[in-house]
Design a protein around this ligand. Structure first.
Ligand code: PXP
Length: 237
């Protein structure tokens, strides 16, 4: 079955707007799991603009499903990940000025530094995922540096750029052939999720912004259930 990872970063964004404790990202994580999420994703950014260190620890301790710890490949984040012991770390590029993760990681351009970084996480029993564009060069580099998983960046597809669905389909095929587990995410909504969910090699989707935004109107439980329904339908399940 195609897994759904729910990214709860923007529950923290709303909480931080007022500086208090409400709404609590852990409560959202538990509710998402109750509604059918197979895992929770949270991104600890260098500037702590949404998820904070204490959130990551509370989510890891509080949920029974896998935690996917999204982070930049920095020494600080590696230290926190090793202490948190998530199920997986998803390495993403990070710029202070961006509003969200803009592009995939340049694995091919930093393979020498990524290889030992990934090794350290894997030696601690953490699976390592690389967030990459569906570019054959980046996929080959991801396999070569020892990643377990590639998460294909669906942002360009979600923005409606021509040819992007085909790139995702081909990328998923090649990544799978190289022995990489294939995930996908970024910018997915009710309107565009089905085509990605139908790619047979994709085993997990990570979805955040639309889920939290739509939850304002219909509730988190209903949104997670609707994504599950759409994903199952796309897989013929
Ligand atoms: N996957 C990764 C690696 C991401 O960085 C993000 C955005 O935080 C997502 C998935 C989810 O994207 P969105 O919030 O647009 O659904």
């Amino acid at each position: 079955m195609l897994r759904l990872g729910v990214n709860i970063d923007h529950v923290a964004t709303i909480r931080n707007a007022r500086g208090g404790l409400h709404p609590d990202p852990l409560r959202a994580a538990l509710m998402a799991i109750e509604a059918g999420a197979d895992g929770i994703t949270a991104h600890l950014r260098e500037d702590r603009r949404h998820i904070r260190d204490a959130d990551m620890a509370a989510i890891k301790a509080g949920i029974s499903k896998p935690l996917n710890f999204e982070m930049a490949a920095t020494e600080e984040m590696q230290r926190i990940a090793l202490a948190t012991k998530p199920n997986a770390c998803c390495l993403v590029p990070e710029k202070r000025t961006e509003v969200t993760t803009e592009g995939g990681l340049d694995v091919a351009g930093q393979d020498n530094s990524l290889r030992p970084f990934i090794r350290t996480l894997k030696d601690a029993g953490i699976r390592v995922s690389l967030f990459v564009d569906p570019d054959p060069r980046q996929l080959r580099a991801s396999a070569s540096v020892g990643a377990d998983i590639v998460e294909l960046h669906t942002g360009a597809y979600a923005e409606g750029h021509p040819g992007e669905l085909e790139r995702l389909i081909e990328g998923a095929f090649h990544a799978d052939e190289m022995g990489l587990e294939v995930h996908a995410g970024h910018g997915l909504t009710y309107a565009n999720v089905s085509a990605v969910a139908a790619i047979p090699q994709v085993v997990e989707l990570n979805i955040g912004h639309f889920i939290i935004g739509e939850a304002v109107f219909t509730g988190l439980d209903a949104v997670v259930r609707e994504f599950r329904r759409l994903m199952n339908a796309a897989r013929g399940a």
